[in-house]
Design a protein around this ligand. Structure first.
Ligand code: ZN
Length: 442
């Protein structure tokens, strides 16, 4: 373990943001905090906030050598989504592959929407995991490469028949290829030296190339505070800090939005002159937000477990983060189950007006329209069922477009229905409605 200074401004002065070990020990949250042990002793991955620029980062942290060792194996064993799924024979769970395909589809569509994709271009995915994004890009005619340090790199070929994944730390990658598009999604926050990583990306890009970065936003957390401030996320960026980082490493932001399976910041940048740091985050504002979110999420959890009524939980939410809408979504489900269709629908329409939730706004809205379609259909209201269904299909990721889907299922690598049930996505209900409506029309 070593102490580090702020990656962006270099200041060594910080305030303590989150003392995770203390929280974990106090509440006995072994798994949730994903405590890492060193020689049997739990290590405190404290989150601190730079006094000068407001960057949130883990300090102290593993040395660079320890970090490389950690990512070669332990990271995937401890931090893979759905790692408890016992029915899964492969060393990665169904949920993980599903989320990866989901993200690949969404990222592909995003790059296509902004007209960056052309046949024959060179792409590099940094932290390519099982390789769903390179697989999709290759199928669409790109020369798709990936770089992945963990054991997951070895599965890309088995799953997708691609052998262009470099299994090295990105810092050590040596290649003469210049890339049109470099993607680094859910990865930059894991790098001990994101500044160095971005400078290296700059060197690997063609002059007119672009980089797509996706990172969590400290102001759009999801799940509990302990899970969100993951021990593996050495940095928790904000819109300001990610823009600072890009400016000082010689990039200009072309596009900024939120997206992905979780609410990530999604940024497209191109090479430009390096600029001075321009933005600053305020430590008290971050502390205030994190503390409000923590209270809000804890009320939601108590409601979910039945120890707090909807009204009492909503009172807490209205005092902390009134836009937090996940609770209304669940309550709508309960009302509909009890037969209060009008009440449930009313809450779903309220959810449609909020964009503070755990997933990207489009996905949540797609699921809400999906649920509205299913409820309308069950009540014999075919006209509304059809309209809501069309809206849901417009907003949900086009999972079915992933080129390897049928083959993965046939080979027993992926269970689509299992994934959909686990993630409560409304694809199956929707496709059944679509089939019946088609039959009725013909
Ligand atoms: Zn700083």
């Amino acid at each position: 373990m070593e102490d580090v200074a702020c990656e962006i401004c270099g200041s060594a002065e910080y305030d303590l943001l989150l003392d995770k070990l203390w929280l974990c020990e106090k509440y006995n949250w072994k798994k949730e905090g994903r405590i890492l042990f060193s020689d049997g002793v739990p290590v405190n991955y404290r989150n601190v906030c730079c006094k000068s620029c407001g960057l949130a980062y883990i300090n102290p942290r593993m040395t660079d050598e320890e970090t490389v060792e950690f990512y070669k194996r332990q990271y995937r064993e401890e931090f893979t989504a759905g790692e408890k799924s016992e029915s899964w024979k492969l060393p990665f769970p169904n949920l993980h592959l599903g989320i990866e395909i989901y993200n690949a589809v969404v990222r592909y569509d995003f790059l296509e929407r902004l007209v960056y994709l052309k046949k024959g271009i060179n792409t590099l995915d940094i932290g390519s995991s099982l390789g769903a994004l390179p697989a999709y890009l290759k199928e669409k005619g790109c020369n798709a490469y990936g770089v992945e340090l963990s054991q997951f790199a070895d599965y890309t070929n088995k799953l997708f028949g691609i052998d262009t994944i470099f299994r090295v730390p990105f810092e050590d990658l040596k290649t003469d290829i210049k890339f049109d598009i470099i993607t680094i999604c859910d990865a930059l926050e894991h790098f001990p030296h994101p500044k160095k990583a971005l400078l290296k990306i700059r060197g690997l890009l063609k002059d007119d190339g672009i980089v797509l970065i996706e990172v969590p936003d400290i102001f759009k957390p999801h799940k509990s505070v302990l899970t969100f401030f993951s021990n593996a996320h050495l940095f928790t960026f904000s819109p300001n800090s990610i823009k600072n980082l890009l400016n000082i490493t010689g990039f200009e932001v072309l596009h900024f939005e939120y997206g992905g399976y979780c609410m990530n910041m999604r940024v497209i940048a191109k090479k430009s002159e390096a600029k001075k740091m321009q933005f600053k985050d305020d430590f008290p504002a971050i502390v205030d937000f994190v503390s409000r979110y923590s209270k809000c999420y804890s009320a939601f959890e108590k409601y979910k477990s039945g120890s707090l009524s909807y009204e009492s939980a909503m009172a807490v939410i209205n005092e902390t983060i009134p836009e937090y809408s996940v609770i209304k979504f669940l309550e709508a489900f309960r009302l509909i189950d009890k037969g209060d269709i009008a009440g449930g629908k009313g809450l779903l329409f309220e959810c449609l007006r909020s964009d503070f939730n755990e997933e990207s706004p489009n996905v949540q809205k797609g699921n809400i329209y999906g649920l509205l379609a299913i409820v309308s259909f069950k009540n014999g209201d075919m006209e509304n069922a059809k309209q809501f269904m069309e809206k849901a299909y417009e907003l949900l990721p086009r999972f079915y477009d992933f080129p390897h889907l049928a083959e993965l299922e046939r080979k027993g690598f992926f269970d689509f229905r299992g994934f959909v049930f686990e993630t409560s996505l409304s694809y199956i209900g929707l496709s059944e409605i679509r089939k019946i409506l088609k039959k009725q029309q013909s």
